[in-house]
Design a protein around this ligand. Structure first.
Ligand code: MGD
Ligand code: MGD
Ligand code: SF4
Ligand code: MO
Length: 687
């Protein structure tokens, strides 16, 4: 039997590596290198390598399921559509909320947003960017006029000094880390700040360990050193920014001198001084960051502090510089671009702008849409459902698993218990399908055409390699069918993904010059790409920023502690995150034998000194307890974590980190503080 190779894009992280799916007997049976792909040049991390394994897992969802007498029972599509349409028509628009997905295509996200706003007419639509880079989207839009990564992945290789903070790039974006290694080989310095000695930290020329939640102190401390020594870029500050005086007044306070910064952050003073000097003097320095920065009650402050550092050192608008927010999921950039956010239509066109409302109504061919109002975020929807029963009655969740990924799971469960009707569209049974009233089987990346947008704003193709199992349908098809059942056939009469993309390009200025023919090339296109002859944009803010007057805004930011700090009862700082082998709630990686074997369950990292004081040995089963709940978990005693800290990966339902995490939110971005709360690790008493 003939073997076929289908070039496509990895369904895991925001790097957007390309590979070939190997197809035999009409089934995906492997992954093979795609050497011409400019992002990864044929190289892959383990998740990419095994991205074929889950596709034909035996427990894929293959039929719609409807809850009858408390049990999910197989049903026909017709029955499911009829039930959903009648339910959705029965609620007031604002009683319905949508979670869209960073795992589905741009085309599908666009349709979920259109369905929410034009058919159900609710303003409540959001997706997991809320839990991820919401702080970036809000923070960078405020100071630069655009919330996206400023530079490109390949560009990192040209940097002379790379400051990685709050990113474990070598495990979470391995093929971006490759560019860091190339830069290092060419003489660049790699500085890594992290509470843990991660594989990324182990590659550093200068490693700075610190306490979670002290990021603003570190940035202000570095800027204090830079200004004190006259290393700031005076021309850049003068010509391209405003409000420098306000920033200077704050960071030059004694509170941010070396001594205080060392005391609060736990980083030795000489390391902070060294980092500031290398960074300011290199000629081309970039910052690469991810969740360690954003997932805080001060997430927006943290992001603005990075922008401050880059503006006062003039490290923007050129290769090797930039504020490089490493976006998380394969299509989280795209889900934002497509308007699956409560405040914008696609292309970040504001929902409160009447001109934009009119534009979308005309484009969508409807007389009414959810108008003039910013909807709830994901975190708002969960809070409202849990704490104000009756306000929100129905959730439609596509490709997310909040029953494991959202903070404070007991509270999330309460929210779901209060809802009248829950629809979940996924490819596998999950903790969230388990609480649904209707489950709809979608199709995965290997089974459909479409596009996704990676962290560097590059719009890349997925190409169909096999059929979806059983009666599973394209996610976009499900939305179109439902629109028809709701009486909106004409507005959703799409025959394929390309037709949807053409509508996206028509209404979304930054995608305006794109079409499938242009995207066929391996290197695809980076937005903004407004016209058919525009080559796309690798670096943003070259001459001016996207703010109304073109100037970057410097912000005066004071350090604040996390919402919950350690005390007598909960003496350690808990931080949560990921490991190389698993992806999020594991719905795909835990069904991939080669990945699951490497990290079959969770653990809590603590340092030998803390372990000794608690009488805990490596490998012992212990209890991790916070004010929200407790979990049994295996202790991993390691020198690779700072004293006073504990770390738990959030992938594993059997020891779910999110039972412990704190649902305290950044006031602007509404992102939860996953990266710092207070915890107690206890020995399990023998019966
Ligand atoms: N293998 C794998 N890769 C992934 C994912 C996955 O689940 N698995 N998920 C993808 C997604 S959606 C995302 S968002 C990215 C996330 O990618 P990362 O942000 O790199 O991953 P995390 O492990 O969440 O956190 C990064 C680092 O922040 C550190 N940290 C903890 N507390 C603090 C703090 O207070 N301040 C700072 N500055 N750092 C702190 C942690 O020790 C950790 O090393 O990864 C993407 N890639
Ligand atoms: N404690 C703690 N919690 C965290 C974080 C943390 O650092 N610490 N990080 C947060 C971050 S950054 C993120 S991004 C979130 C992620 O949170 P989620 O997005 O809820 O997590 P995933 O496991 O990626 O869920 C995606 C779901 O989509 C399904 N899926 C995949 N492909 C398709 C498709 O083509 N169609 C359909 N219909 N479904 C599909 C998968 O099976 C899976 O169930 O978690 C957040 N939670
Ligand atoms: S680095 Fe990210 S995109 Fe590349 S193969 Fe690994 S998971 Fe996939
Ligand atoms: Mo994420």
């Amino acid at each position: 039997m003939e073997v076929k190779y289908v070039p496509t894009t990895c369904p895991y992280c925001g790097t957007g590596c390309g590979f070939n799916l190997v197809v035999k007997d009409k089934k995906v049976i492997g992954v093979a290198p795609w050497n011409r792909n400019p992002i990864n040049e044929g190289k892959l991390c383990p998740k990419g390598n095994y991205a074929w394994e889950f596709v034909n897992a035996p427990d894929r969802l293959t039929k719609p399921l409807i809850r009858k007498n408390g049990k999910l029972e197989p049903a026909s599509w017709d029955e499911a559509y009829k039930l959903i349409a009648s339910k959705l028509k029965g609620f007031k628009p604002e009683e319905v909320g949508f979670f869209s997905s960073a795992r589905i295509s741009n085309e599908e996200n666009y349709l979920v947003a259109k369905f929410a706003r034009a058919v159900v007419k609710t303003p409540h639509i959001d997706h997991c960017a809320r839990l991820c880079h919401a702080s970036t989207v809000a923070g960078l839009a405020a100071v630069f006029g655009s919330g996206a990564m400023t530079n490109s992945i390949g560009d990192i290789a040209e940097s002379k000094c790379i400051f990685v903070i709050g990113s474990n790039t070598f495990e979470q974006h391995p093929l971006i880390a490759r560019n860091m290694m190339i830069a290092q080989k060419n003489g660049a310095k790699l500085i890594v700040a992290d509470p843990r000695v991660t594989p990324t930290a182990k590659q550093a020329d200068l490693y700075m360990p610190f306490y979670s939640g002290t990021d603003v102190q570190i940035f202000n401390g570095m800027m204090h050193q830079i200004i004190k020594n006259g290393w700031e870029n005076k021309d850049f500050i003068k010509n391209r920014t405003k409000d420098y005086d306000k920033l200077k007044e704050v960071v030059m306070k004694e509170a941010y001198n070396l001594e205080n910064t060392a005391k609060i952050s736990g980083i030795p003073a000489e390391k902070i001084a060294q980092a500031a000097e290398w960074f300011a003097k290199s000629g081309a320095s970039c910052v690469c960051y991810s969740m360690g920065i954003t997932q805080h009650t001060t997430g927006v402050d943290n992001v603005k502090s990075i922008a401050n550092l880059q503006m006062i050192t003039g490290n923007l608008g050129r290769p090797g510089t930039g504020v490089n927010a490493l976006r998380g999921q394969n299509n989280v950039q795209g889900a934002c671009d497509m308007g699956c956010l409560p405040n914008v239509y696609s292309g970040y066109q504001q929902v409160i702008n009447p001109d934009m409302q009119k534009k979308m109504k005309d484009a969508w061919g409807v007389s009414e849409i959810a108008e003039g109002k910013v909807g709830y975020t994901i975190t708002d929807m969960i809070n409202v459902a849990a704490d104000k029963p009756g306000t929100l009655k129905c959730l439609y969740i596509v490709g997310e698993n909040p029953m494991l990924s959202d903070p404070d799971l007991h509270h999330v469960k309460k929210a779901f218990d209060n809802l009248d009707f829950v629809i979940v569209q996924d490819i596998f049974p999950t903790e969230t399908t388990a609480v649904a009233d209707v489950v709809l089987p979608g199709s995965c990346y290997a089974e459909k055409d479409g596009t996704q947008s990676n962290t560097e704003r590059r719009v890349q193709k997925w190409r169909k390699a096999q059929d979806a199992p059983g009666e599973a349908k394209y996610d976009w098809q499900i939305i179109c069918d439902l629109a028809k059942a709701m009486g909106y056939e004409k507005q959703f009469a799409f025959k394929n993904a390309e037709e949807i993309f053409n509508e996206i390009a028509k209404v979304t200025p930054s995608y305006g010059g794109m079409n499938y023919a242009r995207l066929e090339k391996a290197e695809a296109l980076q937005w903004p790409c407004p016209t058919a002859d525009h080559p796309g944009s690798a670096v943003l803010h070259k001459e001016k920023f996207g703010t109304p007057d073109g100037l970057g805004i410097l912000s005066a930011i004071e350090f604040k502690y996390p919402a919950e700090v350690p005390d007598k009862d909960y003496p350690l700082i808990l931080t949560t995150g990921r490991c190389l082998w698993q992806f999020h709630t594991g719905s795909m990686t835990r069904r991939s034998g080669n990945l699951e074997r490497e990290a079959p369950t969770g653990w809590v990292e603590i340092c030998p000194e803390d372990a000794k004081a608690l009488g805990i040995i490596n490998g012992e089963k212990v209890k991790a307890v916070t004010r929200r709940g407790e979990i049994p978990i295996t202790a991993k005693v390691t020198k690779d974590i700072k004293k006073g800290m504990a770390f738990i990966p959030f992938h594993f339902a059997e020891c779910a980190a999110n039972i412990l995490t704190n649902n305290a939110l950044d006031p602007i971005a509404k992102i939860p503080e996953y990266k710092a709360c207070a915890v107690r690790i206890e020995k399990i008493k023998e019966a």
